[in-house]
Design a protein around this ligand. Structure first.
Ligand code: ARG
Length: 492
């Protein structure tokens, strides 16, 4: 048997269906590059620790660089995973006497755990940058709409006047917390399991700090059993991705309903709309609908990950192989959604006049009117709430005469006798005044929102430079690794 994995212990080759059922080769495309970097670092360390000879080390390193150049397609897809297939190709290139030494002190268990962390941190950094771009787009949209008065909703019923900037910032603050969650998750992703071997580490004197530094991880993972078998970092990441997707789905839902004739608050750029094959007048917000739908993929991946990991005995179990495609799906879908949402919000047409027209429909100023009664006449809020409630129920004009009538009936006094004026009522019913009055921290008043935007921009600068630092740290380590590899290959 020529299969370098099975030729010792096993006598029979598996059949085609079995191969496909058990192989991770297709999903392993995601970790092809990672695996090469990890092999390079491990090999340099083996030589440094005098576990392999310099000549073998040089051959292995050169072979690995050649495999990197050839690309994944050159590998034998008949193998059960990338690690063994890559090793087989290496042995083909260098001969077993050299290439066969690379896997000393290592197992595919610590190898794959390291590969996943390596590939994942790259994706996380890219996603953080993409999220920052989306923040930029939302900040721009807010800045343009600090005076755009619109109805705010609770229970999807007209509730109180607000501004579009206030609304957009609410969404963007949700997504800002998601970036912080990504950074937090990154810390627990960027730890090095390499050197844990199958689960009990190894008797070879590996230098785990060396591979950690070469690969740009923050520290070696302690406890080799935990290192090979834990996938909590995948569950944690997927849960952040699910949260991002849910936030995007909420935005998508609003894009869909707000583009309807009933709302008519916004219009999507043609690029992100579709039409009907039969109804020629239609402009449908398909992109937003699909984004809402694709959330299912991400939430599904999280649930799959939780289920795969549930009830596994310590330590490595092959079930874990099934986790890898799930995180890939979640990443791919979430990252695409973030990029597309940025494009949609960048080009969104906001119908400011229509929003303003609707801003006082459904008696959205009722709360302010009740508050005005409290402030001007010193009645308890609950009494004012009843008076305005009755006014609304009876569908009567909100003027001084009628309010006096209702208050006389319910409470035995006239509001005008306690100081309420027609002018106070007029001001309370003005949606622009409503918004202007809400100027405490968190409120929609234009100056408050402008200050919030400034704070947010400052926070985003900090977040961006943190992400750039994470990115640079990894890049620096990997550049150095490649440099050391080339030096070693060229040494006498
Ligand atoms: N393809 C495997 C995975 O993704 C690699 C580890 C295989 N280890 C083993 N003991 N069979 O988990």
């Amino acid at each position: 048997m020529s299969n370098i994995l099975r030729r010792g212990r096993l006598q029979l080759e598996t059949d085609e269906e079995m191969k496909q059922y058990t192989s991770s080769m297709l999903a392993d495309k995601w970790i092809f590059e990672a695996d090469i970097f990890i092999d390079l670092a491990h090999t340099l360390m083996l030589e440094n620790q005098k576990i392999i000879k310099k000549d073998d080390c040089k051959k292995i390193l050169a072979g690995l660089l050649k495999i990197k150049e050839e690309g994944m397609e050159k590998l034998d897809f008949d193998y059960e995973d990338i690690h063994i297939s890559l090793e087989a190709r290496l042995i083909e290139l260098t001969g077993e006497d050299s290439g066969g030494r690379m896997h000393s002190g290592r197992s595919r268990n610590d190898e794959v755990a390291t590969c996943i962390r390596f590939a994942l941190r790259d994706e996380l950094i890219d996603l953080m940058y993409e999220m920052i771009e989306l923040q930029k787009s939302l900040i721009k949209l807010s800045k343009e709409n600090t005076e755009t008065v619109m109805p705010g909703f609770t229970h999807l019923q007209h509730a109180q006047p607000t501004t579009f900037a206030h609304h957009v910032l609410a969404h963007s603050n949700c997504l800002e917390r998601d970036i912080l969650r990504l950074i937090d998750a990154y810390e627990r992703v960027n730890i090095n399991p390499l050197g844990s071997a199958a689960f009990a580490s190894t008797g070879f004197p590996l230098d785990r700090d060396m591979t950690t530094k070469l690969l740009g991880f923050s520290k070696p993972m302690e406890n080799s059993k935990d290192a090979v078998s834990s996938r909590d970092f995948l569950i944690e990441t997927a849960s952040v991705l699910a949260n991002i997707s849910i936030n995007l789905s909420k935005m998508s839902e609003e894009i869909v309903i707000w583009s309807s004739q009933e709302f008519d608050f916004i219009e999507l750029d043609d690029k992100y709309a579709s039409t009907s094959s039969i109804m020629p007048q239609k402009k449908n917000p398909d992109t937003a609908e699909l984004m809402r739908g694709k959330t299912g993929d991400v939430v599904g991946s999280l649930v799959a990950l939780l289920t795969i990991c549930k009830g596994l005995p310590m330590s490595y179990n092959r079930d874990l192989q099934e986790a890898n495609p799930k995180i890939q799906t979640a990443l791919k879908t979430t990252r695409a959604s973030v990029r597309i949402m940025t494009k949609m919000t960048d080009t969104l047409k906001v119908k400011k006049e229509r929003m303003f027209e609707q801003s006082n429909k459904g008696f959205t100023t009722a709360t302010e009117l009740a508050d005005t009664l409290v402030r001007k006449t010193d009645i308890p809020f609950r009494t004012a709430h009843q008076i305005i409630g009755i006014l609304t129920k009876e569908n009567r004009e909100p003027n001084l005469k009628i309010l006096d009538e209702i208050s006389k009936e319910t409470s035995g006094f006239k509001l005008s006798e306690r100081g309420l004026k027609e002018e106070d009522i007029k001001i309370a019913l003005d949606p622009v005044e409503n918004v202007a009055k809400r100027k405490i921290i968190g409120g929609p008043a234009p100056d408050t929102i402008k200050a919030e935007i400034k704070n947010k921009q400052k926070r985003m600068e900090k977040i961006k430079s943190k992400v750039e630092d994470l990115d640079k740290n990894v890049q620096k380590s990997l550049d150095n690794l490649i440099c050391l590899v080339n030096q070693k290959i060229n040494e006498e």
